[in-house]
Design a protein around this ligand. Structure first.
Ligand SMILES: *[C@@H]1O[C@H](CO)[C@@H](O)[C@H](O)[C@H]1NC(C)=O
Ligand SMILES: *[C@@H]1O[C@H](CO)[C@@H](O)[C@H](O)[C@H]1NC(C)=O
Ligand SMILES: *[C@@H]1O[C@H](CO)[C@@H](O)[C@H](O)[C@H]1NC(C)=O
Length: 363
């Protein structure tokens, strides 16, 4: 379930209208779908996390002490303890007890297993007998190209949790929120043309090869290791000076659209030039006129020409911000939000689309 966006040569305003409409329809569908499972506690609310924001005093049947679902994080993601937040504050739902303390294993209703931290071998997985009603959740935000050893994960997990829209628990890198009031978005002052932040420079990769072609026609400022430094605290102020940002994904997979788009480009008010899945796939996440896709052009030269035309035509450039009258990109996503999505999913439903073979699905 996710909005279908009509693409093609419509007026930008029509596209925007359709997008907003589809967001509402989505919210409505989800809400209707969730009704039957509303048995106790505050109602699950559909839509994006902003619609689920803190709702103090919205808990008619306060949960009994000790009735919280227990979610064990088998490891902290990448081994780094993350800041947790109360799910009641994030989503207005009953809290879950979320812990990385393995002595909770036998009591845990669910165990979240982060792929990267266990993929070196089956011994990294929980070993003891599994309590009969316990759910194992496979969690991964990396793309299939960077998710080794899926083979031994088959027939172990009850739920999937990833950036893919068809996961049981959908944890994208970002999303749009519908504003309650229209806003006049002010475009950050622009003094430069194109920026790109890249840390893994692989000359054989599609994105680097595309850049090598693009740079023949257009100058790109490159930040990251082996390039210009970009301190964390200068991230936004630096990137927002650019009209365009190259949001080039490290590998091409359905729905694999990362913080490169959400934070680096949209978060700093630069127009994303994307290289990743198809334009149709991006349009499941964004209005068609919120980004430029490299596939819109026959080659890098065509893209370079287009960016130069926009550079000289402020009115046309500004059209890439019209959607912001009604929509805004989410704040940076967090582990806490992802874990609370798992908490919400476990509270809402008992049935999941079990994937017997992760390797066949996740590719
Ligand atoms: C883990 O949980 C157990 C049982 O609640 C507790 O006794 C123990 O001190 C905890 N360990 C840590 C490191 O918090
Ligand atoms: C979860 O999946 C495992 C492996 O397929 C299965 O044995 C177990 O019964 C499932 N648990 C639940 C609660 O559905
Ligand atoms: C946006 O700006 C226009 C023109 O400056 C103004 O007429 C309008 O009232 C503003 N709208 C909002 C929502 O601030």
């Amino acid at each position: 379930v996710f909005p279908l966006i009509v693409s093609g040569p419509h007026a930008p305003w029509l596209n925007l209208l359709l997008f907003i409409l589809s967001q509402f329809i989505l919210a409505l569908c989800l809400f209707t779908y969730l009704q039957p499972s509303r048995n106790q506690g505050p109602e699950p609310r559909a839509g994006n996390p902003s619609a689920l924001a803190t709702q103090p005093g919205n808990s008619p049947t306060a949960p009994q002490a000790g009735s919280e679902l227990i979610i064990l994080l088998w490891t902290w993601p990448f081994g780094h303890p993350a800041a947790l937040q109360k799910c009641s504050e994030l989503f207005g739902i009953r809290d879950c007890h979320i812990t990385a303390n393995r002595s909770w294993y036998h009591k845990a209703n669910a165990v979240i297993v982060h792929h990267r931290d266990v993929c070196s071998g089956p011994k990294k997985l929980p070993q003891g007998p599994r309590p009969p009603s316990q759910h194992w959740i496979w969690f991964n935000l990396e793309s299939p190209s960077h998710s080794p050893n899926l083979g031994f994960m088959d027939n172990l997990f009850n739920l999937t949790m990833s950036y893919r829209r068809d996961s049981d628990i959908f944890t994208p890198y970002g999303w749009l929120e519908v504003l309650s009031q229209p806003q006049n978005f002010s475009i950050p002052t622009k003094s430069k043309l194109v920026a790109w932040v890249i840390s893994n420079w692989n000359p054989a990769s599609r994105r680097v090869q595309y850049y090598e072609e693009l740079k023949k026609y257009l100058h790109v400022d490159i930040y990251g290791s082996h390039h210009m430094p970009l301190p964390r605290d200068k991230h936004f102020s630096t990137l927002s000076q650019y009209k365009f940002y190259l949001a080039f994904e490290n590998s091409l997979h359905e729905d694999y659209i990362t913080e490169k788009l959400w934070n680096n480009a949209l978060g700093s008010g630069a127009v994303p030039v994307v290289c990743g899945p198809s334009r149709e796939n991006y349009e499941r996440f964004l209005p068609p006129d919120a980004f430029i896709h490299i596939n819109d052009f026959p080659n890098a030269q065509g893209l370079a020409q287009y960016l130069q035309e926009l550079d000289k035509d402020p009115a046309r450039y500004q059209r890439y911000f019209q959607w912001r009258t009604w929509l805004k990109p989410s704040e940076r996503s967090s582990w806490a939000i992802h874990f609370c999505k798992a908490c919400r999913a476990l509270q809402m439903t008992e049935t999941y689309q079990t994937r017997t073979s992760l390797a066949k699905w996740f590719r």
